[in-house]
Design a protein around this ligand. Structure first.
Ligand SMILES: Cc1cc2nc3c(=O)[nH]c(=O)nc-3n(C[C@H](O)[C@H](O)[C@H](O)COP(=O)(O)OP(=O)(O)OC[C@H]3O[C@@H](n4cnc5c(N)ncnc54)[C@H](O)[C@@H]3O)c2cc1C
Length: 376
């Protein structure tokens, strides 16, 4: 009898895991469930935002998945019972021998008062499109870019967007009439990588962008166009925020977040198993000691695929290493790289490779290999 593996969420983690489990098709049948009809890389939202790509060009449709032993279902997960490994969707029910929760992180823009009414975001495809459509009518003034809550996906992304926004404003002749300020509650852009943090802070300074770390915007007043900090208010003409992130409501309701930090799914950091037998969580929804980023979701999927293979065939799986190469857009077509390793050594390390055209090529290669591996 083949084991039934049910993977909830066909994002970075779910796609990588289903691809790897396809190699075990003699022993495993995979049902991969996602509410959407397509996947979009997080970094493609920057291409949508700055109108470098039309949205349809960056979508990868799940209907193109053809993998031995993998069935994709476009359904919305409504209930997860981890004790019974039983899942209910808007179109059916599933019993899993092994259940993998890879539902990512949801956004909660309403957690910041005033943000829904008066702010813009680019973390969702719709948000990137809305900001893209608003930018042409921006004719100068003050732009605030703020990380509103921790944790958030892809720590470099706010700075990447800032560098690309600077380029956009220069190209459109309004940079000289614009003040840009960045606020973050973090003490540095990428604390694990002092090299990357120094390069980002220097890049902001060289473009005359004000950077204020360790500072949180608490709310915005859309009428007065003021952002409220702890002790002062900052006026703005355009407010761009990184919204608060939460585990999806269906995950919170399942009991899987009990014991996890701040409402994320508790997992054993070495195996990604939750306290429920045969139930795993990978990627952004999991409370593993790594940042929220696709490369770490992919690394977790790699570990779990090995774990499932060793569960079926014996042997020992390697523990999760928390490794991943993060690409950082610096504008001007240059991309830097952070070679992060969170778990395999005595302490996390993340050497930085300076921005270059070669880095941009490497990032393109990264994207095209995933597209080919997951969707061919
Ligand atoms: C602007 C931006 C830039 C980024 N750049 C990078 C980068 O350069 N490198 C990098 O590694 N990461 C980057 N990221 C982060 C990356 O996109 C995420 O960390 C990654 O996608 C997480 O993978 P995941 O599998 O955990 O979740 P996701 O990829 O978010 O997948 C979760 C899936 O679950 C589905 N889902 C959720 N709820 C339900 C439900 N109830 N029923 C059915 N389906 C559901 C969703 O539709 C989604 O497809 C970036 C993110 C952003 C926003």
């Amino acid at each position: 009898m083949k084991k039934h593996v049910v993977i909830l969420g066909a994002g970075f983690g779910g796609l990588e895991l289903s691809t790897r489990l396809s190699a075990l098709a003699d022993d495993v049948h995979v049902t991969l469930i996602d509410q959407n009809d397509s996947f979009v890389f997080g970094f493609s939202k920057l291409d949508v935002l700055f109108a470098k790509e039309k949205t349809d060009n960056v979508r990868m449709y799940y209907r193109d998945i053809r993998k031995a032993g993998v069935t994709f279902r476009q359904e919305r997960v409504t209930t997860i019972d981890p004790a019974k490994r039983h899942v209910v969707t808007d179109a059916g029910t599933y019993e899993a021998d092994l259940l993998v929760v890879a539902l990512g992180a949801d956004y909660e823009p309403a957690a910041t008062p005033g943000f829904v009414e008066g702010g813009y975001e680019f973390y969702s495809v719709q948000g990137a499109e809305r900001l893209r459509d608003a930018l042409p009518s921006f004719n100068g003034g003050s732009i605030l870019i703020a990380v509103l809550s921790l944790p958030f996906k892809c720590p470099p992304a706010p700075y990447e967007a800032t560098f690309l926004l600077h380029d956009y404003l220069v190209e459109n002749g309004v940079r000289s009439k614009t003040r840009i300020e960045v606020f973050t509650p973090m003490e540095s852009p990428i604390p694990v990588s002092p090299g990357a943090s120094d390069a980002i802070v220097a890049g902001l300074a060289s473009r005359d962008i004000t950077y204020t770390p360790s500072t949180r915007v608490r709310s915005i007043d859309p009428r007065a166009h003021q952002a409220q900090l702890k002790n002062r208010e900052i006026p703005y003409d355009l407010f761009i925020g990184i919204p608060a992130h939460r585990a999806p409501a269906v995950v919170q309701a399942s009991g899987l977040t009990e014991g996890g930090t701040d409402g994320w799914v508790a997992v054993d950091a070495r195996t990604l198993e939750t306290p429920f037998e045969g139930v795993y969580a990978i990627g952004d929804c999991a409370d593993a000691p790594v940042p929220r980023a696709g490369v770490f979701a992919e690394a977790a999927a790699r570990t779990l695929a090995e774990g499932i293979a060793s569960r079926l065939h014996g042997g020992t799986a390697r523990p999760y290493d928390g490794k991943g190469m993060c690409y950082v857009e610096f504008g001007g077509g240059l991309v830097g790289m952070v070679d992060a390793d969170f778990l395999s050594g005595p302490a996390p390390s993340a050497p930085f490779v300076a921005p270059s055209l070669a880095g941009a090529k490497e990032k393109e290669r990264f994207a095209s290999t995933r597209r080919a591996r997951w969707f061919s």
